[in-house]
Write a protein that binds this ligand. Structure first.
Ligand code: SF4
Ligand code: MG
Length: 325
């Protein structure tokens, strides 16, 4: 298959004195070569937790307790320590909200790029150094060759995130995980960084998991979108379909609170209430306390699942009938 990443029934649990919390609950998605999958939802929906599970960076005591993660046909959810570290460096690039978490403040950026390439690619130091300059140039760092000896603090936030993107891509990974890559940046810089990430990954055929709370970013960038709510997938589909005709009432609410500049569309409706805490998960559909369409069945177990369809809802919003010419 074309899938670079396959997540199958992935479950992450946190044992606590009050019981077991389940921040990620049986989620499924694939990301194909050259595809950008947007993962969207409110803070605490489990988006980052799922991403961190893929790269083996869950904070204890959170751990994977069910399901499988496959990367290029290899099962990776049971890798540990050095095996995971090597796989991460070679096959998965990471771009986080704060560029400084990905950069070593004590190392010149040219050295960081060069060392990363030497560790994962079979090339000479000389060649790696040349490629480092080219990589900085490609992400739009002016006078790139002269900036190889600069330290991270010598760049602005936006330029630093460009350096992080160069670093994430320099070992030629097949997957990039970008977790709120523009959230800390000035609005004027955000669109440039997103466009850069999109262009570079398209050119290389890199698969991208783009995690964000911002449906606007998803609408502009992603090919498909997975909407997460309270640890589960609420909706999964082509971005155009989901944005124009959301099926799940939660997605509809998210869209309602997102101004979509490109569509000249601005709905003012907001979803009332807030996402349930993991310690107080409602029975049945976790969205029912906030849902204007909730019926008795929505409050009863089992919780609705995607089951290969587009939305995990007993009463998905009807799509408009196909127009016939
Ligand atoms: Fe609303 Fe029921 Fe659908 Fe949940 S299952 S989103 S409560 S209609
Ligand atoms: Mg997060």
């Amino acid at each position: 298959s074309e899938a670079v990443l396959s997540i199958r029934n992935l479950t992450v649990e946190i044992p606590t004195r009050g019981g077991i919390l389940r921040p990620v609950d049986q989620i499924n998605y694939d990301i194909n070569r050259g595809e950008i999958l947007g993962i969207v939802g409110e803070s605490g929906a489990g988006k980052s937790m799922a991403g961190n599970a893929v790269i083996g960076l869950l904070n204890r005591p959170a751990k994977i307790t069910g399901g499988e993660i496959w990367l290029n046909g290899t099962r990776i959810d049971q890798l540990e320590g050095e095996d995971m570290r090597r796989l991460r460096g070679k096959h998965i690039g990471m771009v986080f909200q704060d560029p400084l978490t990905s950069l070593n403040p004590l190392l010149r950026i040219g050295d960081q790029l060069t060392e990363t390439m030497l560790e994962h690619l079979d090339i000479s130091r000389d060649k790696a150094r040349k490629r480092a300059a080219a990589a900085l140039d490609e992400v739009g760092i002016p006078a790139a060759a002269q900036r190889l000896d600069s330290y991270p603090h010598e760049f602005s936030g936006g330029m630093r995130q460009r350096v992080v993107i160069a670093l994430a891509l320099c070992a030629e990974p097949s997957l990039i995980i970008a977790d709120e890559p523009t959230t800390a940046l000035d609005v004027s810089v955000q669109a440039q960084i997103i466009a850069l990430l999109k262009r570079l990954c398209r050119d290389r055929g890199t698969a991208v998991m783009l995690i964000t709370h911002d449906m606007g970013v998803i609408a502009e960038t992603a090919d498909r979108v997975a909407v997460m709510y309270a640890g589960r997938l609420a909706e999964l589909g082509n971005v155009r379909d989901v944005v124009t005709h959301p099926e799940h009432p939660y997605t509809d609410g998210l869209m309602g609170s997102t101004p979509l500049a490109s569509k000249g569309l601005k709905r003012l409706r907001q979803i009332s209430g807030s996402m349930p805490r993991l310690t107080a998960m409602p029975e049945g559909c976790a969205f029912h306390p906030r849902c204007e369409f909730a019926q008795d069945i929505c409050r009863a177990e089992p919780r609705p699942k995607l089951n290969g369809g587009r939305s995990a809802c007993h009463f998905p919003i009807q799509q408009p009938a196909e127009e016939t010419a």
